[in-house]
Design a protein around this ligand. Structure first.
Ligand SMILES: [Zn+2]
Length: 112
């Protein structure tokens, strides 16, 4: 991993890393709040910044088989969720290229 240039988001609904407060996304990027991660509630995002991805692997989930990559906070390396690369069931394919962030690992930033 090289030098990471952190980007910053603006708006009053910025979500970031609970551990180090790095910005990940704004509330407008949430596609669905009806997801579950390893620690309970999770959100599906259209895009997430300041993260890097781990190795791709196949995971069998409640909604079928998916190829995913863990996503890590670019600042503190905490695994904060995963990215969907491939969904093998047609009706799950809207998730491809989208990101899951675990609700309990997120911090809501005050307006900035
Ligand atoms: Zn972090």
């Amino acid at each position: 991993m090289g030098i990471v240039y952190k980007k910053y988001l603006h708006g009053d609904k910025v979500l970031g890393c609970n551990a180090c407060k790095t910005h990940f996304a704004t509330q407008e990027h949430i596609i669905s709040k009806d997801f579950y991660g390893m620690y309970g509630k999770a959100y599906l995002f259209s895009t997430v910044i300041n993260v890097y991805t781990g190795e791709a692997e196949d995971r069998s989930m409640r909604t079928g088989l998916h190829t995913v990559q863990d996503i890590h906070c670019a600042e503190c390396s905490t695994v904060v969720g995963w990215k969907y690369l491939v969904a093998y069931e047609k009706k799950q394919q809207y998730k491809e290229g989208r990101y899951i962030l675990e609700r309990t690992l997120l911090h809501y930033m005050p307006g900035c």
